[in-house]
Design a protein around this ligand. Structure first.
Ligand SMILES: Nc1ncnc2c1ncn2[C@@H]1O[C@H](COP(=O)(O)OP(=O)(O)OP(=O)(O)O)[C@@H](O)[C@H]1O
Ligand SMILES: [Mg+2]
Length: 253
């Protein structure tokens, strides 16, 4: 579905992606973890050609988008919904208008259908009463959920989630996890989730990839991931107090 072949990307003199190879299968929830600056957001940006590789190629459904332009690029991008890190809502539009934007800009759906679709999607993310508010009038977590509503409004084949649960309380985080899982189970959406939240990663991932040094340092199912003997993975698990048995470890005795 999404394939990176020998992708190298230099930024600020560093190979942020260093000969990266990656294959994401149709319908799976593919989770990407890694320390801050590891290149997770850069990887997502390559999938929609917001960034282009210096070397190597990116394929979407077998189609090489590395040098795609015009209608070809547009068509490739149509397949995606993108929840940006930080939400990226337009400050001068209401929540409802933000969520409606992709429909108004990219489809000729009649306005009454748009409104009803937006209402349904806002309800899905628990914002049914907040459509008339401006982004500045709602909390960070609500902005995140509004961004999510906008990412899924056109029912894309692939959804890229950049830190969907960061800054959210644990209860809301689990609601978002459930939503991501439902999108994949019920609608067959292919999901790529960048997260620091290991609980999310282990709960919803079909496979988890850990990025480091511009490469994949581990690629495993959640069950395999927690028993990985790679030092980077163990450090990451320990930082969130998860043991090899997958249980919480209390530091104080
Ligand atoms: N447009 C850019 N120009 C120059 N350097 C960039 C650019 N975008 C990203 N970088 C650099 O590439 C590296 C990877 O950035 P990226 O945003 O992918 O990190 P990340 O893994 O998403 O981190 P975080 O968890 O903090 O979001 C960083 O060192 C960053 O400074
Ligand atoms: Mg990032």
């Amino acid at each position: 579905m999404i394939e990176f072949r020998n992708v190298t990307k230099l930024l600020g003199g560093n190979a942020v992606l260093d000969n990266l190879n990656l294959t994401i299968k149709q319908g799976e929830v593919f989770v990407i973890v890694g320390t801050s600056g590891a290149g997770k957001s850069v990887t997502l940006k390559h999938m929609v050609r917001l960034m282009t590789p210096d070397e190597g190629n990116v394929y979407i459904k077998g189609e090489d988008i590395t040098n795609a332009t015009g209608a070809d690029l547009e068509r490739a991008r149509e397949r995606f919904g993108y929840l940006f890190q930080g939400g990226a809502l337009l400050a001068w539009l209401s929540v409802m208008d933000n969520v409606a934007l992709p429909l108004r800009e990219k489809t000729d759906m009649p306005e009454d259908e748009i409104i009803s679709k937006v209402r349904k999607t806002l309800a899905l993310v628990g914002l049914e009463d907040d459509g008339d508010k401006k982004p500045s009038e709602i909390s960070g977590g609500m902005q995140k959920r509004a961004g999510l509503a906008r990412a899924i409004i056109r029912e894309p084949e692939i959804i890229l989630y950049d830190e969907p649960t960061s800054g959210l309380d644990p209860v809301t985080s689990r609601t978002i996890d459930t939503l991501i899982d439902d999108m994949s189970e019920n609608l067959g959406v292919t999901s790529v989730v960048v997260t620091h939240d290991l609980h999310s990663a282990l709960a919803i991932g079909d496979r988890i990839a850990m990025l480091g040094g511009g490469k994949i340092v581990e690629l495993a199912t959640p069950d395999e991931f927690i028993v990985s003997d790679k030092p980077e993975v163990q450090a990451f698990l320990e930082s969130q107090y998860i043991t090899k048995e997958g249980s919480w470890e209390r530091k104080k005795s």
